[in-house]
Design a protein around this ligand. Structure first.
Ligand code: APR
Length: 236
């Protein structure tokens, strides 16, 4: 591994937000233990019962307003500034739809699964900031159609966003780090193999070894609020 990597790509998952009080998906008692993802995180589910889907995201949007970024989010903000100060770069690709990376100071984040604090209209494609509840009663301000406002979130079966930009960043990286993800969902789970194929060093920072653990050339395990700041300190 380059002793002082300068161009880093980081992929994060819900584990980095766990200590802020946001539930992960597949840990014990996680989101998918409480909800059937087919009902609340697929286009078919939205078609079948839009009110249930709005309730699911309205609850998560309201909860997000009550939590704070944790030491791991803040450490990545410091990492991005520190790398830029020495002519390097941090590209952050996240599977998370929360805004805790933004509030932790990271810029130009690639939200591959969309953003909880944005909404889009299925009829005209308008995308806008949205911090209130969504419902089927809403009228789109642009096309004036009713019932088409939905969370700007990528559901199962839909195409993740910013994959080109992420792949470009990986091409010029000297380190790929995966933080707080179980490596269960593609294409995010495939990034480590892409990095290795490009000859990029790979590292996993997670509470425990993920399903992808064997693909990483380095790793540190423990709570993100402990291992991420320690790792950032070793880089800057
Ligand atoms: N610190 C570090 N890692 C943690 C912590 C913590 N405090 N708590 C949990 N983790 C780890 C778990 O060990 C697990 O490997 O975070 C990971 C969470 O995995 P998942 O619950 O599967 O969440 P994630 O990998 O983000 O899911 C990916 O699946 O359902 C979709 O769209 C959803 O973006 C999500 C995607």
């Amino acid at each position: 591994m380059a002793e002082k990597p300068n161009n880093i790509v980081i992929m994060t998952g819900s584990g980095i937000s766990a200590e802020s009080g946001i539930a992960t998906f597949r840990d014990k008692g996680g989101v998918w233990a409480q909800y059937d993802y087919r009902q609340v995180a697929t286009p078919e589910g939205f078609e079948a019962d839009p009110d249930l889907v709005h309730r699911f995201y309205n609850d998560r949007r309201r909860a997000l307003a009550t939590v704070e970024p944790n030491a791991a989010h803040l450490a990545l903000g410091q990492l991005q500034a520190g790398l830029a100060a020495r002519g390097g770069s941090l590209t952050l690709v996240t599977q998370n739809v929360d805004d805790l990376h933004e509030r932790g100071g990271v810029e130009n984040i690639l939200h591959m699964h969309g953003e909880l604090l944005k909404a889009t209209c299925v009829y005209c494609g308008d995308i806008r900031e949205w911090r209130e509840n969504l419902s089927t009663a809403l009228i789109c301000e642009i096309c004036k159609c009713a019932g088409g406002m939905r969370p700007y979130v990528v559901w199962f079966g839909e195409i993740p966003r910013h994959m080109e930009d992420a792949a470009d960043a990986l091409m010029s990286a000297d380190l790929f780090v995966s933080i707080g993800t179980s490596g269960s969902v593609y294409p995010a789970a495939g990034f480590v193999s892409e990095a290795r194929a490009l000859g990029v060093d790979t590292m996993e920072l997670n509470l425990e070894p993920s399903e992808n653990a064997r693909h990483f050339t380095a790793a540190a395990y423990g709570p993100a609020t402990e291992i991420v700041p320690a790792w950032v300190k070793s880089i800057l």
